[in-house]
Design a protein around this ligand. Structure first.
Ligand code: UD1
Ligand code: MG
Length: 457
């Protein structure tokens, strides 16, 4: 017999107050719904139906090929959402787990465990519950004097006494698929909210069936995300989990609560990460490197023994032994050679630098390729844009570029060239040449007094 999952994600998420539907809202740059679907894929579920409705195209794009879709175009409650799967699910034989799309912290282990528990116990319906110190917003679990579950009462329908109950409905239910579709029709519209509450199935089934609970101790795993505050709580939890994993792998993270590392980042041991640092996308950081403080690295590779501080690095590669920052910006396919120094207020875009190259302060290197051991003086610039096209600059090995040099691209500079400070270079420079492209200085003897006003005037 197969195991099925139904994931409810059709709602707008009114309490979020965001344009994006709640279950597509990103947590650590990943849409909420993907967390649950990824964990279902890792679990022993054979088939998954996702109920979508509000802005359904977003979910179709995210999940097509991975789940089957059922459509609930008018969101009349969680019970109504499950009814929307009737056509797809009704004829199937097996066990169905119902999950909510707004529980991103659930993991595959919990999914497997509750299904196993349900089957071992021979329950007809198993409700997964947990406890929260501040259970506001959750449906409360009402138990009778023998401790058996009687019903679930939504927060808004609770009496003051019931509001004190800390045990809550996680929104996860396990049920035989045939029973589900037999009993679902008995759910009546809730008079208070005008919705069909799935939670009512407990009270309906408890008369003729065995209804049990699975009590989960780790309440964080099943927290429901309903507003942007709970997004931040979930994000904090995920951030912590990721950071712990890296720290146990030998990555030293200083003030880890200020460091955000994405899901697909790979970091070798013996790396140090300083505060206020974001490493995201498909980034790789190799051993011996030191990243941060105040640094963003996205979709980039950092080789061994690199230092990056107070800098932004997007879609770029940094080879070993290089020092980046403070306040450097690498982007759009920058590839920095080994043992470079890219310092204060230097931007490198779509350019490749050879080993031992230095641009220590205030330079722009765009659409360029440099050889080895090139020195960019302070204020030197590859003038890559002529107002219409982007043009390339090519620089050979062992070149010295004096301060405030403009290299007007397209241009080629040969090996062993020396460019005098303040030059605006418009023509190619052959190998070994000294290029001076600036006005000659004139010194007019004794003339300054005509321009300097006496102090008492
Ligand atoms: C729900 C439960 C509550 C439980 C809590 C756990 C009900 C009535 N309440 O409340 O007992 O403690 O989850 O987090 O079930 N959805 C649809 N269609 C709808 C309505 C909702 O697909 O018509 C989806 C939403 O997109 C969401 C999920 O169902 O992913 C839960 O809906 P939400 O409004 O967040 O329910 P809660 O108020 O959190
Ligand atoms: Mg919710």
């Amino acid at each position: 017999m197969k195991n099925y999952a139904i994931v409810l994600a059709a709602g707008k998420g009114t309490r979020m107050k965001t344009e994006l539907p709640k279950c597509a809202f990103p947590i650590l740059k990943k849409p909420m719904i993907e967390y649950i679907v990824e964990n279902i894929e890792k679990s022993e579920i054979d088939e998954t139906v996702c109920v979508i409705g509000h802005q359904k195209e977003i979910f179709e794009n995210l999940l097509s090929g991975r789940v089957e879709f059922a459509y609930q175009m008018e969101q009349l409650g969680t019970g109504h959402a499950v009814m929307a799967t009737k056509e797809i699910m009704e004829k199937k034989r097996g066990t169905t787990i119902i999950l909510l799309g707004d529980m991103p912290l659930i993991d595959a282990k919990v999914i497997n465990k509750v299904i196993e528990y349900h089957q071992d116990r021979g329950n007809d319906l198993t409700v997964v519950t947990t406890s929260f110190e501040h259970p506001k917003g959750y449906g409360r679990i009402i138990r009778n004097e023998y401790g058996n579950i009687e019903s679930i009462v939504e927060h808004r329908d609770c009496t003051d006494e019931q509001k004190k109950i800390k045990e809550v409905n996680t929104g996860i239910y396990v049920i035989s698929n045939t029973t589900l579709f037999k009993e679902l029709d008995n759910i009546k519209v809730n008079p208070g909210k005008g919705e069909y509450y799935l939670t009512d199935i407990v009270e309906i089934m408890k008369k003729d069936y065995t209804v049990g609970t699975f009590v989960l101790w780790d309440n964080q795993k099943v927290m429901g995300v309903n507003d942007l505050f709970s997004v931040s709580v979930a994000e904090k939890y995920l951030r912590e989990q990721i950071n712990i994993k890296h720290m146990l792998n030998g990555v030293s993270i200083i003030n880890p609560e200020t460091v955000t590392i994405g899901h697909n980042v790979f970091i070798e041991s013996n790396v140090t990460i300083y505060p206020n640092t974001y490493i995201t996308g498909n980034s790789v950081i190799k051993t011996g490197s030191s990243i941060g403080p105040n640094t963003e690295i996205h979709n980039s590779t950092v080789d061994e023994d690199v230092t990056v501080k107070h800098s932004l690095v997007y879609d770029s590669t940094i080879h070993s032994g290089t020092v980046i920052g403070p306040f450097a910006h690498l982007r759009n396919g920058a590839e920095i050679g080994s043992n470079n120094r890219i310092g204060n207020f230097v931007e490198v875009k779509n350019s490749k630098t050879g080993d031992e190259t230095k641009a220590a302060h205030l330079a722009y290197i765009g659409d360029a390729q440099t050889g080895k051991n090139v020195n960019f003086g302070c204020g030197s610039i590859t003038v890559n844009y002529d107002g219409v096209n982007k043009n390339r600059t090519t620089i050979g090995d062992d070149v010295f570029i004096g301060c405030n040099t403009n290299l007007i691209a397209p241009i080629e500079v040969g090996d062993n060239v020396f460019i005098a400070a303040g030059s605006t270079v418009t023509k190619n420079i052959p190998k070994g040449a000294l290029a001076i492209a600036r006005n000659k200085q004139i010194n007019k003897a004794d003339y300054a007094k005509n321009l300097i006003r006496p102090k008492d005037e």
